[in-house]
Design a protein around this ligand. Sequence first.
Ligand code: NAD
Ligand code: 6OD
Length: 497
Amino acid sequence: MSQVSKLSAQQTASILNFIGGEFVAAASGKTFENRSPVDARLLGLVSEAGEAEVDRAVKTARAALAGPWGALEMAERTELLYAVANEINRRFDEFLEAEVADTGKPASLARHIDIPRGAANFKIFADVVKNVPSEFFQMATPDKKGAINYAIRVPKGVIAVIAPWNLPLLLMTWKVGPALACGNTVVVKPSEETPATATLLGEVMNAVGVPKGVYNVVHGFGPGSAGELLTRHPGIDAVTFTGETRTGAAIMKAVADRVRPVSFELGGKNAGVVFADCDFDAAVEGMGRAVFANCGQVCLGTERVYVERPIFDKFVAALKAKAESLKPGRPEDANTGLGPLISAEHRNKVLSYYGKARDEGATVVTGGGIPKMESALANGCWIEPTIWTGLPEESAVVREEIFGPCCHVRPFDTEDEAVRLANATQYGLATTIWTTNLARAHRVAAKIEVGICWVNCWFLRDLRTPFGGSKQSGIGREGGVHSLEFYTELRNVCVKL
Ligand code: NAD
Ligand code: 6OD
């Protein structure tokens, strides 16, 4: 039976840590509940790794580096990664079921984005590492015999991967894929909210013959739990993390004494900029996705929308219609347009911003509360998609990341004003611009302080391009060869002839 699909009748952990190729319960016997955000039903009990399990996972990963994994040729390693991708695709429905159960997101979304990208992340980085050019220089020397000087890439070592809950498999494999392709081993700490697919991936690793200890998973929380234990462990060589900016700050402190490198994909308060010359229907459709997809729980999503004044009223009305067309419901229902938020705690946070918006005098264009659901779903973490206008830019609702299906819409009059408003944030992750004036698109894209600027699209990207955030939205870039900067060390070799 799969490790993740059934809740144990004995109420022992049904989701276990994965260490050295084995599924193991924590020696402490500690577990925590994994509940569905759709109806609060208990999905399983998760074994919470303690110091002993984290230590074992890191040491096992170290041993695998020196052992069978380190001994593989690159071609053998990449073959295994292609096999991992194929096996995820073969077990597509199991991954889909597990991801949808943990997140409550519409199955159609996970079917088109989360699971295919989970598999693709292994294939793309296997392709990348096979095609990296290396530097090579011939040098003159005083004795006229010369030297050759070149750089080789070696794995960084044991990588700690700390993942969030919004796109669990996609974002975890976005880091595990390149880490393994470069010859590292990993210890993954999935979010406590979404432990299933990382665990299922352990079965895949075993099935295709990835050596034991290469991929390890420890479950638990952040502070005082598996997350902090892992980032503080002296045996890790680097930390790659996706999550909130303040968690990134805590992880930086945890690794500071040992001066370990970090790669951070952090929070955002992304702007959408809609010019009057845009393709109106495409802009409404695109901004609708950028604001409401995954119930607003996408780091690249838009919570600040700036619309050129001549089309402001028409745009707000069209976005309102879009929001109101999204029906909340069960993930497997084809008519479901909106899933729940991830947890009751997160819903309380989002609702607190809904309250602040009202208190600060926002015009609530639509939403602002909790939808009425059928009784079986009444305990789920449902929330209404919400649009506000009329708030000052200093408002917490306009400045802080909410991570819910909501946005504030404000008019602008000039291109310069739009750029200034978009840049007025401590974050710098993503922007989406809508215009048919290509010269303007290039001009504005160059001025907006973000890691990625979309023009007339959103969430579209060739995975070989750099991905990451500016300002407080991150440190470093991953994607294609850019991932190699983090997951390998360059070693300079100079040979006197
Ligand atoms: P989070 O920071 O609360 O948690 C992320 C992970 O870090 C979890 O596994 C958590 O257990 C762990 N963690 C928490 N505290 C820790 C600590 N002190 N030490 C070690 N690990 C710790 O983030 P989240 O709520 O899971 O995800 C939502 C956030 O992630 C949002 O801010 C969103 O913008 C951001 N995000 C960013 C990107 C990006 O690419 N920039 C992508 C997805 C999500
Ligand atoms: O597409 C990706 O690779 C990526 N890292 C997406 C991040 C989405 C944030 O929620």
